[in-house]
Design a protein around this ligand. Structure first.
Ligand code: GRF
Length: 209
């Protein structure tokens, strides 16, 4: 059984999608050991508690980044977390934190990286006028929205779209993509060659228990 730790700052729809996928058997042999938010008022914390999942607020406001990250890492280790999933976690992680969990932190981003990193990626893509956008689940490295790509899903931009309709269709794909990526990473059935994550190989970086 692998333990997931979810970090979030907001509503938590990706967290809910992951929890639903575990309950439905789409992510086998896994459980969500803890949900942690840097904001005490994140709706995702309440959703977690309502589902009987451990949920902890570790407020970041006014706290030096690495000191806060050390508190988060301690909570993850307390819950024996094997894989950290960022799910709308709106705070940059320190290099120190990333180094504590090598190839064991995933992030989801609402664009086809490397296009439109950073905030409001859906709006960036819409305003740029691209005809296709989507979402990316990637390993987290020390650069923002940058690590090796695990799964991408495309979403066409329709003439009838506005930022909100586009964002909603991207979000549907995010929920599918995150489940696929977590399943693949937990299975360890891939190889990382440079930046390329190639399926069907036994992973050098598979999770140790
Ligand atoms: C998602 O769009 C995700 O890609 C981005 O933040 C948003 C979080 O949404 N990183 P939710 O809290 O999971 O609903």
């Amino acid at each position: 059984m692998k333990n997931l730790g979810i970090l979030l700052s907001g509503r938590g729809s990706n967290f809910v999608a992951i929890a639903d996928s575990i309950a439905a058997g789409r992510i086998p042999d896994a459980r969500i050991a803890v949900v942690i938010s840097n904001r005490a008022d994140a709706p995702g914390l309440e959703v977690a508690r309502a589902r009987g999942i451990q949920a902890v607020a570790i407020p970041s406001k006014g706290r030096p980044r690495e000191e806060h990250d050390r508190a988060i890492a301690a909570a993850l280790l307390d819950h024996q977390v094997d894989l950290v999933c960022l799910a709308g976690y709106m705070r940059l992680l320190s290099a120190w934190f990333v180094q504590q969990f090598p190839a064991r932190i995933l992030n989801i981003h609402p664009s086809l990286l490397p296009s439109f990193p950073g905030l409001e990626a859906q709006q960036q893509a819409f305003a740029y006028g691209v005809k296709v956008t989507g979402c990316t689940v990637h390993l987290v490295d020390e650069e923002l929205d940058h690590g090796a790509i695990i799964v991408q899903k495309t979403v066409p931009v329709l003439d009838s779209d506005d930022e909100h309709t586009l964002g909603a269709r991207i979000l549907e794909q995010e929920h599918i993509a995150y489940t696929e990526a977590i399943k693949m990473v937990l299975e360890g059935n891939f190889e990382i060659a440079g930046r390329r994550v190639v399926r069907g190989q036994r992973s050098e970086v598979r999770l140790q228990k």
